[in-house]
Ligand binder design. Sequence first.
Ligand SMILES: NC(=O)c1ccc[n+]([C@@H]2O[C@H](COP(=O)([O-])OP(=O)(O)OC[C@H]3O[C@@H](n4cnc5c(N)ncnc54)[C@H](OP(=O)(O)O)[C@@H]3O)[C@@H](O)[C@H]2O)c1
Length: 336
Amino acid sequence: MLKLGIIGTNFITDRMLKAAQETGQYQLTSVYSRHLSRARDFGQQYGATEFYDSLEDFFDQGDFSVVYIASPNSLHYPQARLAIENDKDIIVEKPAFVNPHEYHEIVKLLKDHPRARLVEGARQIHTPLFVAAAKQLKKMKQVQGASFTMMQYSSRYDQVLNNADPLPNIFTKEFAGGALQDLGVYCVYDAVTLFGMPDSSVYYPTLIKTGVDGKGTAILQYHDFTVVLNFSKTTNTYIGSEIHGQRDTLWLDNAADFHQATYFDEEKKAHELSADVHRNPLYDELIDFAKLFNNPNDAVEETKYQRWLKLSQEVNQVMYDLRQSADLVFPADENY
Ligand SMILES: NC(=O)c1ccc[n+]([C@@H]2O[C@H](COP(=O)([O-])OP(=O)(O)OC[C@H]3O[C@@H](n4cnc5c(N)ncnc54)[C@H](OP(=O)(O)O)[C@@H]3O)[C@@H](O)[C@H]2O)c1
C-alpha cells in the first residue's frame, strides 16, 4: 500500500482520493493545508492520521512516500522542489509547471534525487479509450489535420464578472491561470501525445478583465498538417474532437473527458471503439502511477516513466511557446 500525502483540499483532491480508494493501492496518511482545522476536517474522512499547516514539517515528518500536489498552478514548482528534496514520489496536477525554466530546474533536481519520481496528472492519456484511439490512429493511412476542443463555462467566472475579491486563483496571472493553462493543456497533451512536437505554434487568446485568457484558439503547425485547439472557461461547446484522415475520420466526444470514440472508415461506416470508461476520470492514471511507484527497479515501468516525463516537458514547452506568441506573461516567468 502506498502511503499518500496531499497538498490542496479542493474538489479535485476529493475526486483523486475517491479514485485512489477504488484502486486499493493508496492509503492517505498525511494532509497539508494552510489551516490545520481544514486539514483535519478534510483528511479524517479518508482515514488520514497526520495534519500539518507547515509545508516544511509535512515533508520533514510526514509518514508518506507519494505526494499529490493539487494547489494553484504557480505553487506547483516550489512545492515539487521540496518534495524532491525529501525523496518523495510526486503526482503533480496539470499543468505541472509554468515554464521550461522551472521544468529544467526540476529535471536537474530529479537527477540529484534518483529515488524521487515525478508524474503529471494528464489523466486522459491514461484512459483505455485514448489508448484505443491512438492505436486506431496508427492504422490510418494519412493524417491531414485534427481539432481538439474543450470548452466548459466555469462557475468561478461568475465571480470574475461580479468583481469578487479575491478573484478566483484560476483567473489570475499571479497563480498562472487562464483557459490555456487550465483546459488548453488537455488539448496540447492530445496533440503532442498523438503527433509529437509541432514545428511551430501560435495562440490567439480572448482576454478577460483579469488579464488572463478566458478562451482561445491555438494552431499547431506540423510538417504537412495543422492541428487546431479550441478551449474556453467562459463558454460551452457541444462539438467533439476529430482527427482527419483521407476519407476516414476518427471522432472523440471530448478532448479529455472521453466517453465515446468512433472511427468512420473510408465508406463512412461507423466503428465504435470499445474500451472501459471508468466513472472517476482519475482512476486510470492512479493505476498507472501505482505500478510505477511500486516497481522502482522494473525496466518496463522505467521506460514508461521516462516517456511520460519527456511528454510532460514537451507539453510544457508548447504551452510556453503558445503564451509567448500571444505575449501572455506570468509573474513566475519573471524569476528567470
Ligand atoms: N485533473 C483534473 O481533472 C483537475 C481538475 C481541477 C483542477 N485540477 C488542477 O488542480 C490544481 C488545483 O486546482 P483548484 O481549482 O483546486 O485550485 P484552487 O481551488 O485555487 O486551490 C487548490 C487548493 O490550494 C490551496 N490554496 C488555495 N489558494 C491558495 C493560496 N492563495 N495560497 C496557497 N494555497 C492555496 C487550497 O488548499 P488549503 O485551503 O487546504 O490550503 C485549495 O484547496 C490546479 O493545478 C488545477 O489545474 C485538475
